[in-house]
Ligand binder design. Structure first.
Ligand SMILES: [Zn+2]
Length: 401
């Protein structure tokens, strides 16, 4: 038995112009069936207001089967937005997110620095998507100019150096502002080396995502490569080995799914250039089984370390520990009775996501949840979901001290 998993990185909330294929209801069906009993979703600042983004997400999450919390993506780091942070943190919304890869980040760098200072003061963790805007924009423009717009060029449009440069800048910002940062979906050996070194002067947490543990750039030789498009792209086998090592040695603190699937038709739509393919894949239901099967069974991770990276670590970073991420008196009874010998191939048709394909279709996986308990209720048992939409509750996040 292990604690219910906490996924610090999902995209289940809507925006005024976007409704995800897996919303809170569908996404958390997949989550519970996979042993993930708490999800943290990105939500977007709306009409300049962080609070309005959270209010929308709370409305969306009324259909959630799992417990939930949020990171607010700050698209306009105005003085008014920064002023909202202390009250939001006091109410339990102690998470922000910044995309360094947007032109906005470059244009408003000084305001983003003030945002990180405000987060540090209030005790909010800042999740950061670290890819350098200029490098990605230049590579993308050069590829377009030479007519190389097919999906096979996606990896070269977002090279490792873009990740390394942004990670270094994020660490410098964190050191200067004293903000606690959470670097999402780290993918390369070179970026992990920078994180390892930067830990000495900044408060930094690291996340990788399942794609970087199991697949390489070789996927982009396939005609249907678009199915695996995510940002950053899949890397080389040496990077995969480095990500496993970083997960085992503590350079990485968590595996977050970045769950945001799109249908096959949306990913493979004819005429999409490499930079227009909707990024993201499904991962909530396979997070724990794949990590057990490929990590623990193959000797790359110990079982206690697996529990750290999918439950205890994320719960601590999110300010939910020990309510979540622990089996203890006083903690929520979120538990996974895990069958380490259960063997099943991954088949999208048998999974709970609304998506019609899975990035690991056909993978032979040993070790699946048998029974999942959330706040003391059996919510999944031997292949069957037994939870109702709407049973999930908001988990208030404590400020980081
Ligand atoms: Zn994401």
């Amino acid at each position: 038995m292990i604690p219910g998993c906490v996924d610090l990185h999902t995209h289940l909330a809507s925006t005024p112009t976007f409704a995800p294929l897996d919303d809170f209801e569908h996404g958390t069906r997949a989550a519970l069936a996979g042993g993930v009993t708490t999800v943290v979703s990105m939500v977007y600042q709306e009409d300049g207001s962080l609070r309005r983004g959270i209010e929308r997400a709370i409305r969306d999450a009324k259909r959630s089967l799992a417990d939930f919390a949020f990171h607010v993506v700050v698209t306009d780091p105005s003085e008014a937005a920064r002023a909202e942070i202390p009250a939001l943190v006091r109410e339990g919304h102690a998470g922000l997110k910044v995309f360094m890869v947007t032109p906005r980040f470059v244009e408003r760098r000084d305001e983003y620095r003030l945002l990180l200072s405000a987060a540090a003061e209030a005790g909010a963790v800042v999740a950061i998507h670290a890819e350098d805007h200029a490098i990605v924009a230049d590579r993308t423009a050069a590829l377009h100019a030479s007519g190389r717009t097919g999906v096979e060029h996606f990896p070269e449009s977002r090279p490792v150096e873009a990740e390394v440069k942004a990670v270094a800048e994020a660490l410098a910002l964190a050191a200067a502002t004293k903000a606690a940062i959470y670097l999402v979906h780290l993918s390369s050996r070179a970026a992990l080396d920078v994180v390892r070194e930067g830990r000495r002067r900044a408060r930094v947490f690291g996340e990788t995502r399942p794609l970087y543990l199991y697949l390489t750039r070789a996927q982009f030789d396939r005609a249907d490569a678009a199915l695996w498009v995510g940002q950053p792209p899949l890397r080389e086998a040496d990077d995969v080995a480095a990500v496993w090592t970083a997960l085992a040695d503590g350079t990485l603190d968590t595996v977050g799914t970045d769950h945001i699937p799109h249908t096959r038709a949306a990913k493979l739509a004819p005429g999409l250039t490499f930079d227009r393919i909707p990024p993201g894949v499904s991962n909530l239901e396979t997070l724990l089984p794949m990590l057990y099967s490929e990590g623990v069974r193959k000797g790359r991770l110990t079982l206690p370390r697996l529990v750290d990276v999918v439950a205890t670590g994320p719960a601590r970073i999110a300010g939910m520990f020990p309510r979540k991420g622990a089996i203890a008196v006083g903690s929520d009874a979120d538990l996974v009775v895990f069958d380490p010998e259960a063997r099943r191939a991954v088949r999208a048709a048998e999974l709970h996501s609304a998506c019609d394909y899975d990035p690991y279709e056909g993978w032979d996986v040993t070790g699946w949840p048998e029974i999942v308990i959330a706040r003391g209720e059996i919510v999944f048992e031997r292949g069957e979901l037994r939870a109702e939409a709407g049973r999930g509750k908001l988990v208030t996040r404590a400020a980081l001290s």
